[in-house]
Design a protein around this ligand. Structure first.
Ligand SMILES: *Cc1c(COP(=O)(O)O)cnc(C)c1O
Length: 368
């Protein structure tokens, strides 16, 4: 069995440092916020080459808190992509605002900047692009639209740790970028965790307060806040793992390169790389000619012990939970076609050459 992602394999490579860090937190009995969290925030801000990082409880809390800090809520609209994990839209709803969905660029699977302007209304306050699968959205075009219409940009970078666009690290294009450190993400904690990064000091201070009940000092609360703090155990684990992220990202890109070379001659579409983007391959997503072929290949891989999957089979505009938004089948044809024809192959830094070869040969055998 070759899994989609293997967290046990990674732990084995860093076990001593992780065990030491976790024990240190237990010995300190300082479990929520505190020095471990501050240390992690400094490390993550340095890594992202940005002044401020704020540790929060998850990658869903992160964009929610940014919206709240920007006073975006009831009566406001936030434009995002229909092809993403549901949490992107949930964070907008948690803030009290309405998600307005836009179709994708069929090559990159990211929000199509050309369709954003048509979705802008007098109620629009922000654009929330998602750097899906690890490839940054077309941030130059999105930034131009945001400037023209005086809108905020919040980058959902839950899948794109260490990615860059036009040579600039993600997070520096928008007012803020948000990360998830869910265990399977490119930088993963050992539980739920997330972060916001921003160059805006006032915004950073406000987010830092509202994640912790809006408090300024113990039992003094200046702002309406939330219980969305980061815990020390996760911060300690993440601080160990940050030191490996550059090497892990390089390893992911190498696996992607290998897949690319070996699968080039097959009747399938390989991931398109925007020449401006540094893709960090959270997922390696191939696309088949039609749904029947995709479903058969998925079965073939599963029957051969390969943990392939689909990200995501149901677009946001067709999710029952978002029914009230009123979108119909056919509203976003590029996303609907992608949802029916894409397939994610296993990719993670520890994926051995031998397992890569097995995966490649299994895909090849399907077509021969
Ligand atoms: C994982 C993910 C989230 C949510 O992160 P959690 O930490 O699980 O709350 C948000 N957006 C995208 C695109 C994600 O992939």
């Amino acid at each position: 069995m070759i899994p989609l992602v293997d967290l046990k394999a990674q732990y084995q490579t860093i076990k001593t440092d992780i065990d030491t860090a976790v024990q240190r937190v237990i010995d300190s009995a300082y479990f929520v916020m505190g020095p471990e969290v501050t240390h992690f925030e400094q490390k993550w801000a340095n890594f992202c080459q940005i002044p401020h990082a704020i540790g929060v409880a998850s990658g869903t809390a992160a964009p929610h808190l940014v919206l709240a800090a920007l006073n975006i809520g009831q009566g406001h609209e936030v434009i995002t992509t229909t092809h993403t994990f549901i949490a992107t839209a949930e964070s907008i709803r948690h803030a009290g605002a309405t998600p307005v969905l836009v179709d994708i660029d069929p090559r990159t699977y990211n929000i199509n900047p050309q369709q954003i302007e048509a979705a802008i209304t007098p109620h629009t306050r922000a654009i929330m692009p998602v750097h899906l699968y690890g490839q940054p959205a077309a941030m130059d075009a999105i930034q131009a639209i945001a400037k023209k219409h005086n809108l905020h940009i919040i980058e959902d970078a839950a899948q794109a740790h260490a990615a860059t666009y036009a040579g600039k690290p993600i997070g520096q294009w928008g007012d803020a970028a948000t990360f998830s450190f869910y265990p399977g993400k490119n930088l993963g904690a050992y539980g739920d965790a997330g972060a916001v990064i921003t160059a805006n000091q006032a915004l950073a201070e406000k987010i830092s307060m509202i994640r912790n009940h809006g408090r300024t000092q113990k039992y003094v609360h200046d702002l309406h806040g939330y219980g969305e703090r980061l815990d020390a155990m996760q911060a300690a684990v993440l601080s160990v793992k940050i030191d490996h992220l550059a090497a892990w990202t390089a390893a992911r890109r190498q696996v992607a390169q290998h897949y690319r070379q070996q699968l080039a001659d097959l009747p399938l579409i390989l991931p398109y790389e925007d020449p401006q983007a540094k893709h960090v391959y959270h997922l390696f997503v191939i696309q088949l000619e039609n749904q029947k072929t995709r479903d058969h290949l998925l079965d073939h891989l599963k029957n051969n012990g390969i943990g392939a999957s689909i990200h995501y089979p149901v677009p946001l505009h067709l999710q029952p939970a978002l029914d009230h938004l009123g979108y119909m089948q056919g509203a976003f044809p590029h996303c609907e076609h992608a949802a029916n024809t894409i397939l994610s192959l296993p990719i993670f830094p520890e994926l051995s050459k031998q397992h890569q070869q097995t995966i490649i040969q299994t895909v090849q055998s399907f077509f021969h």
